[in-house]
Write a protein that binds this ligand. Structure first.
Ligand code: HEM
Length: 144
């Protein structure tokens, strides 16, 4: 069964994202990146992205993660901030009572996009992947 269904589908993911972005906006270590942003729009994009990434219906029509995070990167988004953001996500899953093993799998999928969010180059000297290579559809994502 897909992670999407194990989590309880769209409604459950929406509840999780509401709680998560509440935490993000309440945490001065990461809230500044979202100053003045339309959080409802970001939540909707994130909802569609994670739905696809967790193996649910594919309706993501947003930008590539590289393109979407260019501005936050210029504003100081780095590994440390990424860890904080992900810790808040894990905290959210724990608070909602998502079982440990499922939460671990969910975190693996979300953290798997670290390279694109942080625009990291391949560690072997290959150039940055082009934006167009960010997986856009669930069938293009690595299995498992
Ligand atoms: C510290 C970590 C992160 C920060 C501070 C951050 C911040 C942001 C900001 C400020 C935007 C809005 C950009 C804009 O509209 O100009 C954004 C958009 C977005 N982010 Fe993140 N992000 C982080 C991690 C992630 C991760 C890990 C994912 C995916 C798993 C993700 C998925 C998205 C998506 C799907 C959008 C919407 C794309 C669009 O507007 O088309 N972000 N993020």
């Amino acid at each position: 069964m897909s992670l999407y269904r194990q989590l309880g589908g769209g409604e459950a993911i929406q509840v999780a994202l509401d709680l998560f972005y509440g935490k993000v906006m309440a945490d001065p270590r990461v809230s500044g990146f979202f100053d003045g942003m339309d959080m409802e729009r970001i939540k909707l994009k994130q909802m569609a992205f994670l739905t696809m990434a967790f193996g649910g219906p594919d309706a993501y029509d947003g930008r590539t993660l590289r393109a979407a995070h260019r501005r936050p990167l210029e504003q100081g988004l780095d590994e440390k901030r990424f860890e904080i953001y992900m810790d808040l996500f894990r905290e959210t899953l724990d608070e909602l009572g998502v079982p440990d093993e499922l939460a671990g799998q969910v975190m693996d999928v979300a953290c798997g996009h670290r390279g694109d969010v942080l625009a990291l180059a391949g560690g072997d000297g290959t150039p940055d992947r082009a934006d167009s290579e960010t997986p856009r559809r669930s069938r293009d994502l690595p299995a498992g």
